[in-house]
Design a protein. Structure first.
Length: 436
């Protein structure tokens, strides 16, 4: 009996000690509770092609879009037949962010939040409408507006109004697509001109909580319109939407994408130090020659004399930051055509500090010239530290892969005959951590 009591006492003591140890361990972690395991961020790519002919202005062509998990396999040929999504009531020009795309549909009466998804138990994909919101007071034309993200779920959309004599804006909560607020910027058309450019370009600098809006005034329309000699920079308080200062730049006459915002291509980016870069151009010997300009962190006007792409042979139609002071640029050579169009386009790696642009080579030879001036054919996957970009010409449609760390260039997948590159977009997978 005594032995049993001793055993019982010993067991109680042991259990008590174990409990105390467990409590102590819990107490030690009370300020740092275990975080629930988060899904890894993973991505896929939305490829958009035209059918039967090389694409130009998107509204004039028939398009198919398809999500693919990877672009890197040179043995893969993508065939869109029976699998791609034909975009009809909506446009291929969207604001891509996280898992979703946001846009003004062709009916021009609402904002839409969309996603390409796989049909259940079927190979074919479809366009899924997540949520839509009718316009408030301000209205927008499809494909002709600019935008900026203020935070993870606040989107500002901006453009000239219907008569293009005012600049209107709308703030959206992209979680439920409600309109937070809307209004008109206190800007006026320059003296001697009639209207604003269609959309202008908008971006947000987080460090000092400022919106930068690039725009100009013009007289007439189309290619014959006369424009201001230099475009403007409006610095806007994003909380009140008040214009705090307005600057007329002296570095270039026009920014890229003044009519279509950044819906077709990327024209702006911030580097690791939050310096802002913008693709612009001026007329040289009656040819539009590109420049890559910079506004340094804390400044509001372009750095005098700075041009990261001084040897441009035409417009710089797309720029993409790939880290470590480097950018991937897609630009034109106005003196050379292809079998498809009058201007040949090529890819370069721009060193933003050295202010040099080096044409990308594959196996020691310059990559072939490409056709297409109204599309975003390049993406940067930061997780892989690789850039993917498409070359479209009369020899075929091929994706190339640029390894940022090593500078190596390899071939990726190809697209089947009869389909032609229009866009490549990086999209977050549905199963990964939601950023938006």
């Amino acid at each position: 009996m005594r032995k049993l009591s001793y055993f019982h006492s010993a067991m109680v003591a042991l259990m008590f000690a174990f409990a105390m140890t467990s409590c102590s361990s819990d107490d030690d972690n009370s300020d740092n509770p275990a975080e629930p395991e988060q899904p890894e961020e993973t991505y896929h790519y939305d490829l958009t092609v035209t059918i039967g002919k090389h694409g130009g202005m998107a509204s004039q062509e028939t398009h198919l879009t398809m999500s693919v998990p990877s672009l890197s396999d040179p043995n893969t040929t993508i065939d869109f037949n029976g699998k791609g999504v034909e975009i009809t009531d909506y446009t291929i020009e969207s604001i891509y962010d996280g898992k979703y795309m946001y846009q003004v549909p062709t009916t021009e009466d609402r904002f839409a939040k969309l996603q390409i998804i796989q049909k259940q138990n079927k190979d074919k994909q479809e366009l899924n409408v997540i949520r839509e919101r009718p316009f408030g007071t301000n209205t927008y034309a499809a494909r002709k507006y600019t935008h900026a993200w203020l935070n993870e779920n606040t989107l500002v959309v901006m453009a000239a109004n219907g008569t293009a004599d005012k600049i209107v804006w709308t703030k959206l909560n992209t979680d439920d697509m409600t309109i937070i607020n809307e209004g008109t910027l206190p800007l006026t058309v320059a003296e001697g001109f009639e209207t604003f450019t269609t959309s202008g370009l908008l971006t947000y600098r987080k460090s000092d909580n400022k919106l930068f809006y690039f725009y100009y005034s013009k007289k007439g329309s189309g290619r014959t319109a006369s424009k201001e000699s230099f475009f403007h920079i409006a610095i806007i308080n994003p909380e009140t939407m008040a214009v705090e200062r307005e600057i007329v730049n002296k570095e270039a006459s026009e920014m890229q994408g003044s009519a279509y915002g950044e819906l077709m291509q990327n024209f702006m980016f911030f580097d690791d130090q939050e310096n802002l870069y913008l693709s612009a151009f001026s007329s040289v010997n009656k040819k539009n020659i590109g420049k890559l300009l910079r506004i340094k962190k804390g400044e509001y006007d372009f750095e005098a004399g700075y041009n990261a792409f001084p040897d441009a042979l035409g417009k710089i139609v797309s720029v993409l930051y790939i880290g470590n002071g480097k950018a991937l640029a897609y630009s034109g050579d106005a003196s050379i055509g292809t079998g498809i169009q009058d201007v040949a386009y090529y890819y370069s790696i721009v060193d933003l500090n050295a202010k040099t642009a080096t044409r990308i080579k594959y196996n020691g030879v310059d990559l072939p010239y490409s056709a297409g001036s109204f599309s975003q054919r390049a993406v940067y996957n930061a997780k892989e530290n690789k850039a993917y970009f498409g070359v479209s010409n009369d020899e075929g449609e091929t994706v190339y892969v640029y390894d940022v760390a090593t500078g190596a260039v390899t071939k990726g997948l190809s697209i089947a005959p009869g389909y032609y590159f229009d866009q490549i977009r990086l999209v977050q997978d549905e199963k990964s951590t939601d950023k938006k």
